[in-house]
Design a binder for this molecule. Structure first.
Ligand code: HAM
Length: 416
């Protein structure tokens, strides 16, 4: 039987791969504008890192982690998200003592053993941003604004941000008790997993795909303490100043344990049931709880696969080469090979198919390649020391150009 890829793991072919690369390039441009620098984190970490940070009672840790014991007997896991690795690096590398702003971005694949469906994969790419060490609502507003500018630059117009505040530990302490009492009272209506975990983490029920929707209408609501209420109001005020459309959604709780205060998501109904393109929020207590200094933080991660799906109707970036070299015969092949080198040295992208095939078949490949010009080395051209330059995309006469002048002529024609 032929080998095949695993369910939920996929090949990303051109032109989709070009879409992914264009999103990454747009992200890098925007990150530079906001003072974010790249942090490359490991793909595999100690399993304990995710258990302690993402949270023991989250779906990600309970059901979806690719975890195993390695050859050295260590319990490790393939990263399901990037935030824990960034926080671990921040602590391990003493970044708080470096005196510089801890604003980091990462681009990498994450792994979750979820049930695959449209827009949900077991290996998927995230672009993430984390700003550690700033408690101000300005940091929240800047992070969210940067996200929206990034989505716009990547080509996603008219996106709106869903916003909520989960309050601080103090606000939640009282709320936890009220919610728990309520959930105990209606436990027979809860799904099996929720019933099993409400004592450990009642808030999780609000994020459950089954119980979340009906609980959103009926469960008691969180009341923010004055500080958290002021913080949340200020974030909204600042988002207005930067012209970022947003709406407060009290049902937004997010599925990870570390969040405090501001949480947000960007969704699109065009994605179907897996509608979140991006999610994030504050995690003011995480760094300290992982053994680091008291360092409030905010961040988000966007799903590149989902964003690429949303952009699929827009033309993909054109990655085809500019010139396609066609040649017949062994001697012509050597000349063509030299021509390819000269073109590339001059900064003109160039390609070829197989000089052992007929000119006609090579021309068919040239036509399909998306190149602007075919550069033909036939018998006549070999004799005269010329190359026939044939436009492929627009009507126009084929012209003969002296061999050595081909790169400069092409630069003029292509205006590069
Ligand atoms: P998350 O909401 O779990 O947050 O994931 C962020 C985004 O990753 C989602 O909105 C979605 O677009 C994409 N994503 C998640 N799972 C899948 C999947 N199975 N297939 C395709 N795309 C997926 C986090 O990961 C947090 N670390 C975000 C964060 C950073 N919060 C603070 N800092």
């Amino acid at each position: 039987m032929a080998l095949h890829s695993l369910r939920g793991f996929r090949d990303i072919l051109p032109p989709d791969s070009a879409r992914f690369a264009a999103i990454e390039a747009a992200a890098r441009e925007v990150f530079a504008l906001y003072g974010y620098q790249e942090l490359r984190i490991p793909t595999i970490e100690l399993k304990e890192l995710f258990v302690k940070s993402t949270g023991e009672t989250t779906d990600i840790v309970e059901k979806e982690m690719y975890a195993f014991t390695d050859g050295g007997g260590r319990e490790v896991a393939v990263r399901p998200e990037g935030t824990p690795g960034v926080v671990r690096a921040y602590i391990e590398q003493n970044i708080n003592q470096s005196g510089r702003n801890a604003k980091f971005f990462y681009i990498g694949n994450m792994f979750r053993a979820e049930r695959p469906q449209a827009g949900r994969f077991r290996e998927f790419e995230q672009i993430g941003a984390e700003h550690i060490g700033n408690a101000s609502p300005l940091a929240d507003a800047e992070s969210i604004t940067m996200l929206v500018r990034l989505l716009e630059r990547a080509g996603l117009t008219d996106c709106s941000v869903d916003l909520n505040s989960l309050g601080c530990g103090e606000c939640r302490k009282n709320y936890r008790q009220t919610l728990l009492a309520y959930l105990r009272g209606c436990s027979e209506r809860l799904c099996e997993p929720c019933r099993g975990r409400i004592e450990r983490n009642p808030l999780r029920a609000l994020d459950c795909k089954i119980d979340g929707p009906w609980l959103a209408g009926s469960a008691p609501k969180l009341t923010l303490c004055p500080d958290c209420a002021e913080h949340f109001a200020r974030v909204q005020e600042l988002l207005k100043i930067s012209g970022v459309p947003h709406n407060v959604n009290p049902g937004l709780v997010r599925g990870l344990d570390y969040y405090t205060r501001t949480v947000f998501e960007v969704r699109s109904s065009a994605l179907g049931s897996q509608d979140a393109v991006c999610g994030g929020g504050r995690y003011d207590d995480l760094v300290k709880s992982m053994g680091g200094p008291a360092a409030p933080a905010i961040g988000w991660a966007l799903g590149v696969d989902r964003l690429a799906m949303l952009l699929k109707d827009k033309p993909a970036p054109d990655c085809s080469t500019r010139a396609f070299v066609v040649a017949a015969g062994k001697e012509a092949a050597s000349k063509a090979y030299a021509l390819l080198s000269a073109l590339r040295a001059a900064g003109i992208s160039a390609d070829f198919s197989n000089f052992d095939l007929s000119l006609r078949s090579q021309m068919r490949s040239a036509d399909k390649s998306g190149a602007f010009y075919a550069l033909i080395l036939g018998e006549d051209e070999m004799r005269d020391g010329t190359v026939a330059v044939k436009p492929l995309k627009e009507a126009g006469e084929q012209t003969l150009v002296p061999f050595d002048s081909v790169p400069s002529t092409l630069k003029q024609l292509l205006k590069v």
